[in-house]
Design a binder for this molecule. Structure first.
Ligand SMILES: NC(=O)c1ccc[n+]([C@@H]2O[C@H](COP(=O)([O-])OP(=O)(O)OC[C@H]3O[C@@H](n4cnc5c(N)ncnc54)[C@H](O)[C@@H]3O)[C@@H](O)[C@H]2O)c1
Length: 169
Protein backbone atom coordinates (compact mmCIF):
# COMPACT_ATOMS: atom_id res chain seq x y z
CA UNK A 1 0.00 0.00 0.00
CA UNK A 2 1.49 3.34 -1.09
CA UNK A 3 1.05 5.92 1.66
CA UNK A 4 0.54 9.37 0.21
CA UNK A 5 0.57 12.88 1.69
CA UNK A 6 -1.32 15.56 -0.20
CA UNK A 7 0.16 19.07 -0.23
CA UNK A 8 -2.50 21.63 -1.12
CA UNK A 9 -6.24 21.34 -0.71
CA UNK A 10 -7.61 23.45 -3.54
CA UNK A 11 -9.49 22.63 -6.72
CA UNK A 12 -7.13 20.11 -8.34
CA UNK A 13 -6.22 18.55 -4.97
CA UNK A 14 -9.78 17.26 -4.74
CA UNK A 15 -9.36 15.45 -8.05
CA UNK A 16 -6.16 13.81 -6.78
CA UNK A 17 -7.68 12.97 -3.40
CA UNK A 18 -10.45 11.10 -5.22
CA UNK A 19 -7.86 9.18 -7.27
CA UNK A 20 -5.64 8.33 -4.28
CA UNK A 21 -8.53 7.13 -2.12
CA UNK A 22 -10.28 5.18 -4.87
CA UNK A 23 -7.17 3.23 -5.93
CA UNK A 24 -6.79 -0.05 -3.99
CA UNK A 25 -3.00 0.35 -3.91
CA UNK A 26 -2.82 3.75 -2.22
CA UNK A 27 -4.04 5.50 0.89
CA UNK A 28 -4.26 9.19 1.76
CA UNK A 29 -2.47 9.62 5.08
CA UNK A 30 -2.66 13.39 5.52
CA UNK A 31 -3.30 16.70 3.79
CA UNK A 32 -1.68 20.11 4.36
CA UNK A 33 -2.61 23.60 3.21
CA UNK A 34 -1.76 27.11 4.40
CA UNK A 35 -5.53 27.59 4.29
CA UNK A 36 -6.51 25.42 7.24
CA UNK A 37 -10.22 25.50 6.38
CA UNK A 38 -9.49 24.10 2.91
CA UNK A 39 -7.36 21.31 4.40
CA UNK A 40 -10.06 20.48 6.95
CA UNK A 41 -12.67 20.27 4.23
CA UNK A 42 -10.63 17.76 2.16
CA UNK A 43 -9.69 15.81 5.30
CA UNK A 44 -13.34 15.44 6.30
CA UNK A 45 -14.43 14.53 2.78
CA UNK A 46 -11.76 11.85 2.26
CA UNK A 47 -11.36 10.56 5.81
CA UNK A 48 -7.81 11.72 6.37
CA UNK A 49 -6.07 14.12 8.76
CA UNK A 50 -4.71 17.66 8.55
CA UNK A 51 -1.01 18.13 9.22
CA UNK A 52 1.52 20.78 8.31
CA UNK A 53 3.79 20.25 5.32
CA UNK A 54 6.96 19.74 7.42
CA UNK A 55 5.24 17.04 9.42
CA UNK A 56 4.22 15.19 6.23
CA UNK A 57 7.70 15.50 4.72
CA UNK A 58 9.44 14.28 7.87
CA UNK A 59 7.09 11.31 8.39
CA UNK A 60 9.12 8.29 7.31
CA UNK A 61 6.00 6.13 6.99
CA UNK A 62 4.76 8.31 4.11
CA UNK A 63 6.14 7.03 0.78
CA UNK A 64 5.03 9.75 -1.62
CA UNK A 65 3.64 13.25 -1.78
CA UNK A 66 1.29 14.73 -4.28
CA UNK A 67 1.99 18.44 -4.74
CA UNK A 68 -1.18 20.30 -5.70
CA UNK A 69 -0.31 23.69 -4.23
CA UNK A 70 -0.10 27.02 -6.08
CA UNK A 71 2.40 27.15 -8.95
CA UNK A 72 4.94 29.39 -7.18
CA UNK A 73 5.54 26.73 -4.50
CA UNK A 74 6.20 23.71 -6.76
CA UNK A 75 9.98 23.82 -7.28
CA UNK A 76 10.70 24.43 -3.59
CA UNK A 77 8.33 21.68 -2.47
CA UNK A 78 9.68 19.19 -5.04
CA UNK A 79 13.20 19.82 -3.71
CA UNK A 80 12.14 19.56 -0.07
CA UNK A 81 10.12 16.39 -0.68
CA UNK A 82 12.86 14.58 -2.59
CA UNK A 83 15.48 15.68 -0.05
CA UNK A 84 13.24 13.92 2.48
CA UNK A 85 13.24 10.78 0.32
CA UNK A 86 9.69 11.00 -1.01
CA UNK A 87 8.47 9.98 -4.44
CA UNK A 88 6.64 12.95 -5.97
CA UNK A 89 3.77 13.59 -8.32
CA UNK A 90 3.59 17.36 -8.80
CA UNK A 91 1.05 19.36 -10.69
CA UNK A 92 2.33 21.28 -13.70
CA UNK A 93 4.26 23.50 -14.10
CA UNK A 94 7.51 22.89 -12.20
CA UNK A 95 8.15 26.63 -12.12
CA UNK A 96 7.46 29.74 -14.19
CA UNK A 97 11.24 30.26 -14.55
CA UNK A 98 12.96 27.80 -16.91
CA UNK A 99 16.27 28.31 -15.07
CA UNK A 100 14.61 27.53 -11.74
CA UNK A 101 12.89 24.46 -13.21
CA UNK A 102 16.24 23.17 -14.51
CA UNK A 103 17.90 23.78 -11.15
CA UNK A 104 15.08 21.81 -9.54
CA UNK A 105 15.62 18.94 -12.00
CA UNK A 106 19.31 18.82 -11.09
CA UNK A 107 18.58 18.84 -7.38
CA UNK A 108 16.08 16.01 -7.79
CA UNK A 109 18.46 13.90 -9.89
CA UNK A 110 20.98 13.85 -7.07
CA UNK A 111 18.41 12.33 -4.69
CA UNK A 112 17.39 9.45 -6.98
CA UNK A 113 13.73 9.89 -5.98
CA UNK A 114 11.13 9.37 -8.70
CA UNK A 115 9.37 12.60 -9.71
CA UNK A 116 6.58 12.93 -12.22
CA UNK A 117 4.85 16.10 -13.37
CA UNK A 118 1.09 15.96 -13.85
CA UNK A 119 1.08 17.13 -17.42
CA UNK A 120 -1.78 15.09 -18.77
CA UNK A 121 -1.48 16.27 -22.40
CA UNK A 122 1.44 13.85 -22.71
CA UNK A 123 -1.13 11.04 -22.48
CA UNK A 124 -3.81 12.70 -24.59
CA UNK A 125 -4.60 10.51 -27.66
CA UNK A 126 -5.06 13.62 -29.85
CA UNK A 127 -1.63 14.97 -28.94
CA UNK A 128 0.14 11.63 -29.41
CA UNK A 129 -1.53 11.18 -32.81
CA UNK A 130 -0.30 14.63 -33.81
CA UNK A 131 3.23 13.88 -32.56
CA UNK A 132 3.34 10.61 -34.53
CA UNK A 133 2.21 12.44 -37.67
CA UNK A 134 4.97 15.04 -37.19
CA UNK A 135 7.59 12.34 -36.56
CA UNK A 136 6.44 10.43 -39.68
CA UNK A 137 6.84 13.57 -41.79
CA UNK A 138 3.15 13.64 -42.69
CA UNK A 139 2.85 17.32 -41.81
CA UNK A 140 6.15 18.60 -43.15
CA UNK A 141 8.55 20.74 -41.14
CA UNK A 142 6.58 22.51 -38.39
CA UNK A 143 7.43 26.20 -38.08
CA UNK A 144 4.93 27.17 -35.41
CA UNK A 145 2.64 25.14 -33.17
CA UNK A 146 -0.42 26.89 -31.81
CA UNK A 147 -2.69 24.85 -29.54
CA UNK A 148 -6.03 25.82 -28.08
CA UNK A 149 -7.53 23.40 -25.60
CA UNK A 150 -10.23 23.39 -22.99
CA UNK A 151 -11.21 21.33 -19.97
CA UNK A 152 -13.75 18.63 -20.84
CA UNK A 153 -16.39 20.39 -18.74
CA UNK A 154 -16.84 23.88 -17.29
CA UNK A 155 -15.59 24.47 -13.73
CA UNK A 156 -18.20 24.70 -10.96
CA UNK A 157 -19.98 28.04 -10.56
CA UNK A 158 -18.31 28.49 -7.14
CA UNK A 159 -14.88 28.50 -8.87
CA UNK A 160 -15.98 30.98 -11.53
CA UNK A 161 -17.37 33.28 -8.83
CA UNK A 162 -14.09 33.26 -6.87
CA UNK A 163 -12.11 33.90 -10.06
CA UNK A 164 -14.42 36.77 -11.10
CA UNK A 165 -14.12 38.42 -7.67
CA UNK A 166 -10.32 38.05 -7.46
CA UNK A 167 -9.79 39.38 -11.00
CA UNK A 168 -12.25 42.25 -10.51
CA UNK A 169 -14.51 41.24 -13.42
N1 LIG B 1 -2.88 19.35 -14.73
C1 LIG B 1 -3.99 20.05 -14.81
O1 LIG B 1 -4.84 19.82 -15.68
C2 LIG B 1 -4.23 21.13 -13.81
C3 LIG B 1 -5.51 21.60 -13.64
C4 LIG B 1 -5.70 22.57 -12.67
C5 LIG B 1 -4.62 23.04 -11.94
N2 LIG B 1 -3.38 22.59 -12.15
C6 LIG B 1 -2.24 23.10 -11.37
O2 LIG B 1 -2.45 22.74 -10.00
C7 LIG B 1 -2.00 23.78 -9.15
C8 LIG B 1 -3.12 24.17 -8.20
O3 LIG B 1 -4.23 24.63 -8.96
P1 LIG B 1 -5.68 24.78 -8.29
O4 LIG B 1 -6.58 25.18 -9.39
O5 LIG B 1 -5.99 23.58 -7.47
O6 LIG B 1 -5.41 26.05 -7.34
P2 LIG B 1 -6.15 26.42 -5.95
O7 LIG B 1 -5.83 27.85 -5.72
O8 LIG B 1 -7.58 25.97 -5.98
O9 LIG B 1 -5.40 25.51 -4.86
C9 LIG B 1 -4.09 25.73 -4.46
C10 LIG B 1 -4.03 25.47 -2.95
O10 LIG B 1 -2.66 25.48 -2.56
C11 LIG B 1 -2.61 26.10 -1.26
N3 LIG B 1 -1.23 26.54 -1.00
C12 LIG B 1 -0.58 27.60 -1.55
N4 LIG B 1 0.69 27.66 -1.07
C13 LIG B 1 0.83 26.59 -0.23
C14 LIG B 1 1.91 26.11 0.55
N5 LIG B 1 3.11 26.72 0.57
N6 LIG B 1 1.72 24.99 1.29
C15 LIG B 1 0.51 24.36 1.31
N7 LIG B 1 -0.56 24.78 0.58
C16 LIG B 1 -0.39 25.88 -0.18
C17 LIG B 1 -3.64 27.23 -1.37
O11 LIG B 1 -4.03 27.69 -0.08
C18 LIG B 1 -4.77 26.53 -2.14
O12 LIG B 1 -5.70 25.92 -1.26
C19 LIG B 1 -1.52 24.92 -10.05
O13 LIG B 1 -0.13 24.88 -10.14
C20 LIG B 1 -2.15 24.61 -11.41
O14 LIG B 1 -1.33 25.01 -12.50
C21 LIG B 1 -3.17 21.64 -13.07
Amino acid sequence: MLKVGLLGAGRIAGVHATAITSHPGSSLVAVSDINTAAAQKIAAQYGTEVRDTDNILQDRTIDAVLIATSTDTHSDLIERATAAGKAVLCEKPVDLSLARARACQEAVASTGCPVMIGFNRRFDPNFSTLKKAVDAGEIGKPELLSITSFDPAPPPVSYITVWAVSSGT
